[in-house]
Design a protein around this ligand. Structure first.
Ligand code: NAD
Length: 501
């Protein structure tokens, strides 16, 4: 099947007339479809339509905009299993996880729907008599949305749903590796706009332009008629976006890479900590921004915990994520698997690092059809090694040793990233010290580094983010401007700071 872009309310072939293949990473013989490799001109058309739609959409009452999101969430709920199956086919993670990915979209949609009835402003007393001070949230304008492949449903919904309910219009460029999920999501949003608005349907509220970062992504970030950019992806691309979009003073939200760590103290519940690290390091084949890629073990339990970890990790079953009993899916692409393998080779050359599990491409049976890599563990890793510092984005875990809580936190913080973090301890003093001293946007006490909830702020510090948060109430500050309004009913000219003192 050949797919199209959605521009100005119509499904159109790309002006480039070029397409790229989308294939199942667990079985490269399974062709999912052909998707547009759009041109800059497609982005121009999409922005034109979003700009025009903005002037109408911003005037639709926010609770009505919320009704659209309510219908979107109902449709996502009804289609959850089908969407999850197709997502697993498209990007590889196991079906339980893709169901979770869709559920995050559902939760985000219900939150956004109800926010249409809040979007609270603040009132404050005036310093002058017979005068009223109010403040309102107003939409920003046209947004450009650029997303990665690892959460093909959840991440776009974190951006598009709050943006839409606030009254912004959207030009959305999904990752090249997950266009099908994006297609279905946009189809559902557009259907819901039709059903809720009826004859008052506004074409161009949501536009979908498939294609590469270097053509479509660049056209979006450089476009003078785009007011805001919301990006999730690697730190290198985020830096480029900040430079380009910052030059024209666009509002920019960046969610970028991570090198997350789990600390296990000597007083921890070890079985719980084991479950968590297996889930954190090898869930989504390690391809989460919040994946556990460093495990910091207190020296007193190091050897015992590592032995148990290897035993448990050995039993993880690799396979096609839509098959029963599979724990770990493939890497998303041949390129991603190559990167993982290169990092393993780097690890093997690092002084004292010891490969204790995996470290190779999986070659057994049907696994040769996809981009599978065996769950891999290095022990003896120290903080300055490249495998302890750089984001690998695959099923590779580096194990480090610490002599104390302070040293463990110091190692955890010794990274340019700051997304997620975790500590396992039964000691309340250690737990609260970690909460205070860990430098990250998210800290779990006795939980894995992965597993955020849609109504909580999500994002990171240092080179992971630029100060904004997605999720929960905080994201609404990004998608609105504050307008202050003064109403003077005194019947005379009152001058603040002058007439009152
Ligand atoms: P990526 O940076 O390669 O691509 C992300 C998106 O940016 C894609 O849609 C891509 O086409 C686009 N892009 C690439 N070059 C561009 C350019 N010059 N201009 C505009 N757009 C461009 O990342 P990826 O490989 O898709 O995803 C993996 C990365 O995403 C990892 O670093 C991971 O940590 C990060 N990530 C972060 C979070 C978070 O919330 N912090 C969540 C998920 C993934």
């Amino acid at each position: 099947m050949t797919y199209k872009n959605l521009i100005n309310g119509k499904w159109l072939d790309p002006l480039s007339n070029k397409y790229t293949e989308n294939r199942n990473p667990a079985d490269s013989g399974d062709l999912i479809g052909l998707f547009p490799a759009s041109a800059k001109e497609d982005v121009d058309e999409a922005v034109k339509s979003a700009r025009k739609a903005y002037e109408k959409w911003r005037l639709v009452p926010a609770p009505r905009r919320g009704d659209v999101l309510k219908l979107v969430s109902d449709k996502l709920t009804r289609r959850k299993d089908e969407l999850a199956f197709e997502m697993t086919r498209e990007m590889g993670k196991v079906i339980a996880e893709t169901k979770g990915d869709v559920q995050e979209g559902i939760d985000t949609a219900y939150y956004a729907a109800s926010e249409g009835r809040r979007l609270f402003g603040y009132n404050a007393p005036s310093e002058l008599p017979n005068k009223m001070n109010l403040s309102f949230r107003v939409p920003v304008g046209v947004g450009g949305f650029i997303t990665p492949w690892n959460f093909p449903m959840a991440i776009p919904t974190w951006k598009l749903f709050p943006a839409l309910v606030c009254g912004n219009t959207c030009v959305f460029k999904p990752a090249e590796l997950t266009p099908k999920t994006a297609h279905t999501l946009v189809e559902i949003i557009d259907e819901s706009l039709h059903e809720v608005l009826g004859s008052a349907y506004i074409a161009g509220v949501i536009n979908l332009v498939h294609g590469s970062g270097s053509v479509v992504g660049e056209a979006i970030i450089n476009h003078p008629e785009i007011d805001l950019i919301s990006f999730t992806g690697s730190t290198n691309v985020g830096k480029r976006i900040n430079e380009v979009a910052g030059a024209s003073l666009k509002r920019v939200s960046l969610e970028m890479g991570g090198k997350n760590a789990q600390i296990v103290m000597n007083d921890a519940n070890q079985e719980l900590a084991l479950d968590a690290v297996l889930w954190g390091a090898f869930g989504t084949t390690g391809q989460r921004c919040t994946a556990t890629s460093r495990l910091i073990l207190h020296e007193k339990i190091h050897d015992e915990f590592l032995a148990k970890l290897i035993e448990r990790a050995k039993k993880l079953k690799l396979g096609y994520g839509n098959d029963k009993g599979v724990d770990v899916g493939p890497c998303v692409s041949e390129g991603q698997r190559k990167t993982v393998d290169e990092y393993v080779k780097i690890g093997l050359k690092e002084d004292k690092a010891k490969l204790v599990l995996g470290g190779e491409i999986a070659q057994e049976g049907s696994l040769t059809k996809g981009w599978f890599y065996k769950p891999t563990i290095f022990s003896g890793v120290t903080r300055n090694m490249r495998i302890a510092r750089e984001e690998i984005f695959g099923p590779v875990l580096s194990v480090l040793k610490a002599r104390s809580l302070e040293e463990a936190i110091d190692i955890l913080n010794d990274t340019k990233y700051g997304l997620s973090s975790s500590i396992f301890t039964q000691d309340v003093n250690s737990a609260f010290t970690a909460v205070r001293d860990i430098k990250a946007g998210i800290t779990y006490i006795n939980g894995a580094t992965i597993g955020a909830e849609a109504h909580m702020p999500f994002g990171g510090v240092k080179e992971t983010g630029n100060g904004h948060r997605e999720g929960g109430w905080t994201v609404y500050d990004f998608y609105t401007e504050w307008k202050a309004v003064y109403v003077d009913y005194s019947g005379k000219l009152q001058r603040a700071q002058i007439d009152n003192y």
